[in-house]
Design a protein around this ligand. Structure first.
Ligand code: SAH
Ligand code: SF4
Ligand code: F3S
Length: 490
């Protein structure tokens, strides 16, 4: 749903004057121009124009796509699942090589659609577009892409579209607008939230950590935090629209607020968010272990709204490798942190990310990773095979590990991670917990699906009227990744 105040501002734009310099008014101007164009299109074609947005990658991209869809819907596009729409946009990810391969696969497909529908407008954006060699490849191999933009100028979508559709409709020239970095945060643009009862809220953008394997700082730019007042206002607005659960988003939420004019810590921000009336659940992602403060542990233990789940990426259990990865903690410090978190938050679920096969990883290094997995007993873990990313320090390291060694280690790790997770999940059977109902079950229409505070999925008998509410559910059976439950009260 688009904020009515924003819609009113857009209607006020005077299209006879040149576009304003200031944001977001400048974008409102182009949205207004495109709305007029859309009316003409609709009259000509006798139908609404459709848009299809496909998102790759993490929660940041998912949130960016909501903003993109918000702008497109305000212009007048109707969102569709159909991949042969009037406008097709791919919001890309490049964190691992296979993320890029997926996008190239789709681009091949897009080429075929575009042959059938030459009027189709095709746009690419997101992290992968911040890589110069990707742009070169698209320029030579996928020449029918219309507009490319990056991670720093999503807010300019309407302006770029106006350039293409209104200023040079007959030109076949690709519009490419990639910024290397930015300090700008444009607030108050339309946005279309995917769910009515939960949503992500960016608290910061970019990353300054430069873990030696990771491309994110290069494609998302330097860390910058939003003003707490803007964050609180956004959440209040969401709550008044019916949202009960929010997820605060940042590559490293624990370093939130350090660069603000009036610095505040993440723990302080959480305390302010906690006070928002009507909000029931608070989640956040991701916590870098090096910056997780005792204050945060304390705030989590006292809060009635912060969910009992912490995603705490380990990456490796070897202190030697952690040093080379530039993670700024050792195996012992990580284990001590877990001990302190659990001491104050005994029922917390811990999840993690682990990379296998980082350059130079020895059997002893890997044994350390297995040891941490054993000692912590994660509720779940995302395990990744190391992927060489151009431009990162690790890509230039000499002792890259052979594929079969990595695969063998990866399989061993995955097996153990799953066994331990199943053991832990079994312990909760018989408990009655609060579940936020999210959707009707895809396979069995007599069931609904929701999440516990600890982020476990639960399927239980119920109907659509429960969606968006928090109900008490008894966990009857553990199926490893999810539970079967029964509702204790409506
Ligand atoms: N900012 C988050 C993670 C963002 S990327 C954090 O620090 O936790 C998500 C995960 O992808 C990382 O935690 C890491 O495990 C994995 N990852 C990043 N770069 C990778 C690479 N080059 N190869 C394999 N996995 C990688
Ligand atoms: Fe990548 Fe490290 Fe930043 Fe996470 S903290 S995004 S892993 S550089
Ligand atoms: Fe991918 Fe960009 Fe997220 S690289 S993981 S979409 S920050």
């Amino acid at each position: 749903m688009i904020d009515t105040e924003i819609l009113t501002e857009i209607q006020k734009m005077d299209l006879c004057s040149p576009p304003p310099e200031q944001e977001p008014a400048r974008q409102y101007y182009f949205i207004r121009k495109l709305q007029s164009w859309m009316e003409e299109q609709r009259a000509e074609k006798g139908r609404m124009l459709t848009c299809h947005v496909k998102t790759f990658g993490c929660q940041m991209n998912a949130r960016d796509s909501e903003k993109i869809i918000g702008i497109l819907q305000t212009i007048g596009y109707q969102e569709t699942d159909c991949e042969e729409a009037d406008l097709v946009l791919y919001n890309t990810c490049t964190v691992r090589e296979n993320a890029n391969l997926k996008v190239y696969g789709r681009l091949g497909q897009l080429k075929r659609y575009k042959k059938k529908h030459p009027e189709m407008l095709t746009l690419l954006c997101g992290c992968m577009m911040q890589e110069p060699e990707v742009i070169e490849k698209i320029k030579t191999s996928y020449r029918n892409v219309d507009i490319i933009f990056g991670t720093h100028n999503i807010f300019k979508l309407a302006e770029l579209m106006a350039m293409k559709l209104l200023d040079r409709p007959d030109s076949k020239k690709m519009i490419i607008d990639i910024w290397e970095n930015t300090t700008e945060i444009v607030e108050e643009l339309p946005n279309a939230r995917k769910y009515s009862f939960k949503g992500g809220v960016n608290i910061m953008f970019g990353c300054n950590n430069f873990c030696s394997y990771c491309i994110v700082p290069y494609v998302r730019g330097r860390e910058r935090s939003r003003e707490p007042e803007d964050i609180i206002a956004e959440i209040r607005g969401m709550v008044s629209d019916g949202v009960v659960e929010i997820m605060l988003l940042g590559q490293n939420v624990n370093s939130y607020g350090k660069t603000l004019e009036h610095p505040i810590s993440f723990a302080e921000l959480l305390c302010r968010v906690e006070q928002i009336e009507g909000l029931k659940r608070i989640r956040f992602m991701t916590s870098h272990p090096k910056d997780l403060s005792d204050d945060l542990i304390e705030v989590m233990s006292k809060s009635t709204k912060i969910c009992k789940h912490l995603h705490l990426p380990l990456q490796s259990g070897s202190s030697r490798l952690l040093g080379i990865m530039n993670r700024h903690y050792t195996k012992e410090q990580y284990l001590d942190l877990v001990r302190r978190i659990r001491q104050k938050n005994p029922d917390i679920a811990l999840t993690t990310d682990i990379i296998v096969g980082f350059p130079g990883e020895t059997e002893e290094d890997f044994a350390d990773t297995m040891d941490v997995v054993e000692q912590v007993g994660y509720d779940s873990a995302f395990t990744f095979i190391y992927s060489k990313r151009t431009g990162t320090p690790a890509a230039a390291m000499e002792d890259q590990i052979s594929e079969d060694v990595v695969k063998e280690r990866f399989d061993r790790l995955l097996k153990r991670v799953q066994e331990l997770a199943a053991e832990r999940a079994g312990k909760y059977v018989g408990e009655t917990v609060e579940v936020l109902v999210e959707e009707r079950n895809g396979q069995d229409a007599s069931l609904v699906t929701g999440r516990t505070s600890q982020n476990y999925l639960v399927h239980f008998p119920g109907d659509e009227t429960l969606i968006g509410s928090v109900v008490s559910v008894k966990l009857v059976e553990s199926k490893g990744f999810y539970y079967i439950g029964e509702c204790v009260e409506g």
